[in-house]
Design a protein around this ligand. Structure first.
Ligand code: TRP
Length: 466
């Protein structure tokens, strides 16, 4: 960790930056949100369009964001401003950063609610391990219906939901308050690789025992007629959510990258790892969904209702279930930490506060919104905050925050980022930062200038009004 100028730290090594960025990208977005969205949007068409979005839009935007951050060496808003200044453009472009910081704060608030569910399942498997020991699968002798009922049971318990949410948020605040390298790095460096291996093993086990063929057919059969504007917007929103894009996440982390990091190459690694885990999650979850006769469009509860059924059937199920949810917890933590870091860096740099104070202020705000999200599964289930917007008419508070950030803030932030990097920023400055040569550079430039903003604008239009 080297201090640069105004107390802005850097990651201790190149690989630590990559791992932290992968840690930010890989999280509940992959394991919880991707399968839920795929199931709610009809499977194959969504999944293949999602992969298309990652390659054609996510990857170029990812490089654009880390590039802005690395050049700026500051919070997202300040980094955009610095690139603008060095390109003789208006500092008003900083709005991309400040809008993103605000959206990241909104996402953080409901992300910690889902993080709380993970904590709950850690408790469930821990309890089960103590009760039944290591023999056989998890939940020995209990009816699968009872296992399926765990999630609705939790949803119905407002007090518990709020407590778990605040607990997860508090842990996130603790790590971010300690600072980037000491707080965040070790989780990314030591736990992410371990998680990958365990997840792979569970997926392979599932491939042999669950309804794998049906799952593969469901996830990868492309039915063009199912590709509506709404499905496309959902897919592009999921790609951004999963890659931490469009809302200042990767700009903030890019600022912690060293000068000698090749950003083009790093972006490829981040996108590859992130997409790999998402597909792994789909292949782990859907065989169980089909084998157990669960509804594919179960929504936010999908992962939490399906996986415990697999652990029930697995040898050493309680232990593996416990290990799995513990790993999901750490994957979620490295992401929530990055969600909190974006507004926190903005807060303490802008107002010149000590880092812990900035963290606490943002954390308190997220707590208030988080409580409303946690209660939208129970006490406030009938509250429809955006009833006046057709595509969000049915959304409760939690769904509204999730929908508005993924379907409005992220695509709009990404369009502005593309215009800024492709047309406004100094071409030489961009060229120096991006680590791409020759044809690859030309392709990236064409994607950022033309392809991405145009496709995004079209998807946004048809997704909202089509
Ligand atoms: N990408 C993370 C996930 O998939 C979520 C996330 C972390 C995020 N930081 C972000 C999303 C910043 C948007 C912006 O779980």
């Amino acid at each position: 960790m080297a201090a640069t100028g105004k107390g802005h730290e850097n990651w201790s090594s190149r690989s630590a930056f990559i791992l932290a960025a992968v840690g930010s990208a890989v999280g509940l977005g992959n394991m919880w949100r991707f399968p839920a969205e795929a199931g709610e949007n009809g499977g194959g068409a969504f999944v293949l369009f999602y992969i298309f979005c990652v390659l054609l839009i996510g990857l170029p935007v990812l490089l654009s964001e880390v590039l802005i951050g690395r050049h700026g060496q500051a919070n997202a808003q300040e980094s955009v401003r610095k690139v603008a200044r060095d390109s003789n453009a208006s500092e008003g472009w900083g709005i991309i950063g400040s809008m993103g910081v605000f959206a990241a704060f909104l996402i953080l608030s409901f992300y910690c609610v889902v993080g709380g569910w993970v904590v709950y399942y850690i408790g469930v498997f821990l309890g089960d391990l103590f009760q039944t020991g290591l023999s056989g699968g998890a939940f020995e002798g209990r009816d699968p219906e009872e296992i399926k009922g765990l999630m609705p049971g939790l949803f119905g318990n407002g007090g518990l939901m709020v407590g778990l949410n605040l607990g997860f948020l508090a842990i996130t605040v603790f790590f971010v308050a300690r600072g980037v390298s000491s707080g965040i790095e070790w989780v990314a460096v030591y736990l992410m690789p371990l998680f990958f291996l365990l997840f792979l093993a569970i997926t392979i086990y599932g491939a042999f025992t669950g309804n794998f063929g049906e799952a593969v057919a469901y996830l990868f059969t492309f039915d063009f007629s199912k590709l509506t504007g709404e499905v496309m917007l959902a897919a592009v929103g999921q790609a951004f959510f999963s890659l931490s894009l469009g809302v200042a996440g990767m700009m903030t982390y890019g600022a912690y990258a060293n000068r000698d990091t090749n950003l083009g190459e790093t972006s490829g690694i981040i996108a590859g790892a992130d997409t790999g885990v998402a597909l792994l999650a789909g292949l782990a979850i859907f065989p169980i969904v089909f084998a157990a006769g669960l509804a594919t469009n179960a929504g936010p509860g999908l992962m939490f209702e399906s996986l415990p059924l697999a652990f029930q059937a697995m040898p050493l199920g309680s232990l593996i279930g416990l290990a799995f949810f513990t790993m999901v917890f750490f994957a979620a933590l490295t992401s929530s930490v990055s969600l909190l870091e974006a507004p926190t860096a903005w807060m303490f740099e802008k107002f010149n506060l000590p880092r812990p104070v900035g963290t606490a202020i943002v954390g308190l705000g997220a707590a208030v919104l988080g409580v409303l999200s946690a209660l939208s599964f129970n006490d406030m289930a009938d509250f429809r905050p955006l009833a006046f917007i057709p595509i969000f008419a049915e959304a409760n508070f939690f769904d509204a925050l999730d929908g508005v950030t993924a379907k409005l803030f992220m695509p709009i932030g990404a369009i502005l980022t593309c215009i800024f990097v492709g047309w406004i920023a100094d071409a030489k400055l961009i060229d120096d930062e991006n680590g791409l040569d020759g044809a690859l550079h030309q392709i990236w430039r064409a994607l950022v200038r033309y392809v991405c903003p145009i496709i995004l604008a079209v998807i946004l239009y048809f997704g909202l009004f089509g």
